[in-house]
Design a protein around this ligand. Sequence first.
Ligand code: SIN
Ligand code: CO
Length: 392
Amino acid sequence: MRYHTNMKKNSNRHSQPLTLLGGISAETFLKEYWHKKPLLIRGAMPAFEGFLTPNELAGLAREEDVQSRLISTVKKEWKLEQGPFSGKRFSKLPKRDWTLLVQSVNHHLQEANDVLQQFNFIPYARLDDLMVSYAPDGGGVGPHFDSYDVFLLQGCGQRLWRISEQKDLSLVEGAPLRILQNFNTEQEWILSAGDMLYLPPHVAHWGIAVGDCMTYSIGFRAPSAQELAVEFLNYLQEHRTLSGIYADPNLVTQKHPSEIGAGMINQVSSILDGLKWNDADVADFLGLYLTEPKSHIVFDAPKNMTLQAFGKRMKRDGVKLSFKSQLLYVSNTYYLNGEIVVLDADSAGLISRLADCRLLSAEDLSLAPKISEYFVVLMHDWYLASCIIFSE
Ligand code: SIN
Ligand code: CO
């Protein structure tokens, strides 16, 4: 019953005005702004000051499995360094004109996941990560454009954002990062804590710290057509076997033995015509590809636990997807971290809720019509593989 009520609530929540979007609904935002034009939202998250101090961000940038960058300008030349960074590196930084950027903070902190959750009117399959930057006065990554949509949410301090919908997107040659050769400011605003700027792909922008500031970028995933094709061809390689073998019973003599003849080309063409796929294959490919963890991701090892102890604790505390896990579905098929999930009929409702909310609270579990033995074993397996963690 409760599941039904929640679903009804969810179906019209997208037409409600949201403070996050400056008083328009998610539906209107998608129709009028998403992928189309910039939107400045004053007070998008009114009480937001950020959830990391500059020192905590620097702490993350010291970790081996965290992707971080330091960008600075030295005598007007752009300089890029990749992390991890030692404490010594930070102590040598000048007073101004540099920035530290830490990628995928949502892989490490619940607060980052809470921020991302507010953007769940956009499918998880499109969401990439939450990046956090810190900059002292004058710092920034320079004038550039991105190929994906981004929400730039201001944490502590202020940042001057300049934007331009210019056609000229030529880049400075030889620079270690993508810097626009000619940036012509068309609009500019100073953003304070809780303000947010949405930018569609390819809108040129330049954020300059006004005093110390921190910016939280909610970035989206947009694979190139080439990447999709390469990945799909890899998928086909693993999921297709063509039978038969090249044969040429009607071979005739040819003038040049080095020529690849039309007969051979025709026959190989018709063998390759046997390579067919449909929407169900594309759906299966997407489920596997979109949930596959990026290659640098390392899952933290969980504490060992017996099935019985796990079952008890799960019912008491609830479980949530671990921060690095991705659970998506297409009709009745679920995909977790690059693998298909085999489900029993009783567990589908629970898994669907876990996928949407990334959480199964103790209350959700207590209200479930049935928790099968199969489900407990599955969750225990996922716990041991670090795909889920206890919620409390
Ligand atoms: C930043 O936080 O300084 C960079 C965000 C961006 O321009 O994409
Ligand atoms: Co950008």
